[in-house]
Design a protein around this ligand. Sequence first.
Ligand SMILES: Nc1ncnc2c1ncn2[C@@H]1O[C@H](COP(=O)(O)OP(=O)(O)OP(=O)(O)O)[C@@H](O)[C@H]1O
Ligand SMILES: [Mg+2]
Length: 506
Amino acid sequence: MTPIVSFRGVGKRFPGVTALDDVSFDLAPGDCHAICGENGAGKSTLMKLLSGVITDYEGQILVRGVPARFRDTRDAEAAGIAIIHQELNLVDQLSATANIFLGRERRTARGFLDDESMEREAARLLRELECPIDPRTSAGALRVGDRQLLEIAKALSLRSDVLIMDEPTSALTEGEVARLERVIARLRGRGVTILYISHKMNEVFQLADRITVLRDGRVVTTVERPATSPREITAWMVGREIADHDFRSRGPRGPKVLEVRRLTLPRPGRTQLNHLTDVSLELHAGEVLGIAGLMGAGRTELLEAIFGAAEPIWTGDILLDGSPVRFAHPAEAVAAGIAMVTEDRKRLGLFPDLDVAANVSLCGLHAAARGGLLSRSREDHLVEGMIRDIGVKTPGPHAAITSLSGGNQQKCILGRWLLTKPRILLLDDPTRGIDVGAKAELYQLIDRLCQDGLAVILTSSELPELLVLADRILVLAEGRITARFTHGEATEQKIVEAATGSQAPR
Ligand SMILES: Nc1ncnc2c1ncn2[C@@H]1O[C@H](COP(=O)(O)OP(=O)(O)OP(=O)(O)O)[C@@H](O)[C@H]1O
Ligand SMILES: [Mg+2]
């Protein structure tokens, strides 16, 4: 059978970086083909060539055996190839419907926008994705998980033969991933070929028929899934075996640094369901407190309330070293020694117009300032040290932040907050999009910082991450704490039960 897509000697160079080098492999029609590789391996770049985002490259891409060179994404879409980008591309001011039909608006016979037909179709697509949002909601008001589903709805509406998913589940929780897997199964039933990029091995092994591994822009191998194992793929990705590591070599925990008592956060303008109800917790120096829960359970809201980033309409108490605090703005929390790494780097964390160094140093400025003046060389020194510590792959500190791969951008945000030398670190899904090797390094870093007395609250949509890192785990369901486990007690099964319990049929 003619491959639906063939890469033939494809290469792409950016200033200072060879992103892709002599890449050749085929996609069989109807297959789910996974692309694995470390952060910066070239996965997104390859997908951008195929989908017409990047038009200037070496080598050839054949579509159904015919050489193709797309002028833009429209051109690729016309050939049946659509992409869901890793960095979501939605227009915040527009409604969900308008985002789905952006640039392809339906019109009535008289040339007016056919809002009714578009809304009906949007509602149908969102239903197919089991996504409960109103098609008239503006994209900016949606949480990152729903935004990701909206991107998927947009790609589905194109009825493409080849659908590229660049880390579609990085912001989804287990339940939502299962939902996406059902959608993928339905698409495959219609003969759609799927190109799937993910750092989550369990997904790759569940979904893929074939796996291509990229390392430093080159193809290491293409294998049939049944012929390999997650361990082998990981070893190909990083070029070595990753040792299993016990990330909890911590000593006894220190004094209580933070306490939350009966925190209740109403939803603005709504009376029924609170974001958070009666949440109480304690955090000690030197420990990692894990917060588990489904998307929308209130994990982010809890961290935001502590950090002064939620609307100050909550009741209850937040005590820092035993004294009540109520931060009106994150700057006050930062001044008190709290830092927060957020789940949505594009909206809340990155400054796309600034370079890598400026993105890393933004919060560390005061540390580098001497006599009120910031010395550029001192800033560079601090930033370069941090970039090394957390292993950011960049041509240099003054490269554009947008030129870094997704995972490396996330590492920069983490580095920025570490430079503020916080006493309390709030991590909201911090390893979203970070590869296995870098994750292991990050876990070791968190562990080291805890040994030095840092207190961490960690949320994660990946349970294994919580199980490995957290000394204690709280489970949130619909804004309430439904279970508390010690490291020894917690299992995936128990956490999932506590997280979904309130939704189980009574
Ligand atoms: N527009 C650009 N300008 C300069 N360099 C770029 C640009 N886009 C990508 N690169 C570089 O090309 C390399 C490959 O990046 P790419 O985004 O394809 O990685 P990736 O495999 O998708 O990684 P991740 O898992 O982190 O998303 C990286 O070194 C990156 O810094
Ligand atoms: Mg990428």
